[in-house]
Design a protein around this ligand. Structure first.
Ligand SMILES: *[C@@H]1O[C@H](CO)[C@@H](O)[C@H](O)[C@H]1NC(C)=O
Ligand SMILES: *[C@@H]1O[C@H](CO)[C@@H](O)[C@H](O)[C@H]1NC(C)=O
Ligand SMILES: *[C@@H]1O[C@H](CO)[C@@H](O)[C@H](O)[C@H]1NC(C)=O
Length: 345
């Protein structure tokens, strides 16, 4: 919260550079490029859902009266709230009439030390063959968090249930950090396995989840994807991408498109924010060297704040507060931390 205020003071002005590009294009030379149209308004809406899903007090989420259930998410009707205590996961599915969409949001990790979590990410291996896709590999922990818990069944069930009555709605999926990784697997699942059309994804500060073959497959099936990265946020740099490792047959992680990088430029005491839409081309699709890869990933603060919205569990409940349902939240967090192999995700 401290950080939020500081952010607002620092933020002298916002200047935008927007590029509007088609979601999939190919130039005449056989060099494939991918860039999805970036709609900033939609990112500003979804970042608020990605923030709200961190709220621990489930009663205030169900009634959509939580401290973050305001602003651009006002009027949201939650259909299903999924709290998987065993695996320390949370997600919700509901309807945003103003977006004409079903919104699915996944919470990021609830580790009290983001630093430890990020450091741990550095060593995650590509240790699972993505089912049904030749050469595609992913990180088992991220995959399992969506596919091997109650989340998949309940999310898909909720979406099908809503669409039965409301076939006019689109599907938008979001998440921050590890929640972004889960959003990825969910979007691919809905698109490739369940045949949903035009699934839209906007993630914030998500880590890499798979290798290049996986990213190619992902882009084919979920082209309407925006992966927002922020300044020096460390997490999009993890697990590491080694540009030349494929030449020697090594496995390496590889992002998918389309990245939108928010970066700062200081002019005297003024901090300006710019946004750049990156696509990359050829083998670099998803790993454009002119976006977040152009700087060092060394900031946790940049990870916790996107568009001025705080993305983590509320500081004030990490301690003493009792939620309105009478749950002792610090107890809940304790449970969460000790019972789950959090590290696994
Ligand atoms: C961007 O998204 C908003 C909110 O969904 C929508 O109203 C607007 O028409 C979109 N803009 C463009 C250029 O597609
Ligand atoms: C899913 O869970 C089962 C049972 O715990 C385990 O045997 C299996 O390896 C898990 N699958 C993945 C992909 O992690
Ligand atoms: C909540 O639980 C923790 C750990 O068991 C305990 O230290 C704390 O005093 C409890 N807080 C309240 C408000 O009951």
């Amino acid at each position: 919260m401290e950080y939020n205020r500081e952010w607002q003071v620092k933020l002298g002005a916002i200047v935008l550079f927007l590029s509007f590009l088609a979601c999939a294009a190919s130039d005449g030379l056989g060099q494939k490029t991918v860039a999805c149209e970036y709609n900033r308004t939609r990112a500003l809406v979804l970042v608020e859902y990605a923030s709200a899903v961190y709220i621990i007090d489930d009663a205030s989420l169900l009634s959509w009266t939580c401290s973050r259930c305001k602003g651009l998410t006002k009027g949201f009707k939650i259909h299903t709230l999924i709290v998987d205590v065993q695996h320390c996961l949370q997600a919700f599915v509901g309807v945003a009439e103003n977006m004409k969409a079903i919104i699915i949001a996944f919470r990021g990790t609830q580790d009290t030390s983001m630093q430890n979590w990020a450091e741990d990410l550095y060593f995650r291996e590509l240790d699972l063959d993505y089912p049904g896709v030749i050469d595609a590999m992913v990180h088992r922990g991220f995959y399992a968090a969506y596919h091997n818990t109650t989340l998949r069944e309940r999310v898909v069930g909720a979406v099908q249930d809503i669409l039965q009555a409301r076939s006019d709605l689109g599907v938008m999926i979001t998440g921050h950090s590890m929640g972004g990784a889960m959003a990825t697997f969910c979007a691919l699942d809905l698109s490739a396995n369940y045949g949903f059309k035009n699934v839209e994804v906007i993630t914030f500060g998500q880590p890499r989840v798979g290798n290049q073959a996986f990213s190619v497959y992902y882009n084919e099936h979920v082209p309407l994807t925006i992966r927002v990265t922020h300044a020096h946020d460390v997490v999009p740099h993890l697990p590491p991408y080694y540009p030349f490792s494929q030449l020697v047959g090594e496995k390496t992680y590889h992002h998918f498109a389309t990245e939108v990088w928010i970066f700062r430029v200081s002019i005297g005491r003024l901090q300006l924010e710019f946004e750049r839409v990156c696509d990359g081309s050829g083998d670099d699709i998803g790993e454009d060297p002119s976006c977040s890869r152009s700087v060092a990933g060394n900031s946790i603060a940049d990870h916790l704040n996107y568009y001025g919205v705080f993305l983590s569990t509320e500081d004030d409940v990490l301690g003493l507060q009792k939620s309105s349902t009478g749950t002792n939240t610090s107890q809940m967090l304790g449970f969460c931390k000790t019972s789950v192999p959090l590290q696994r995700f």
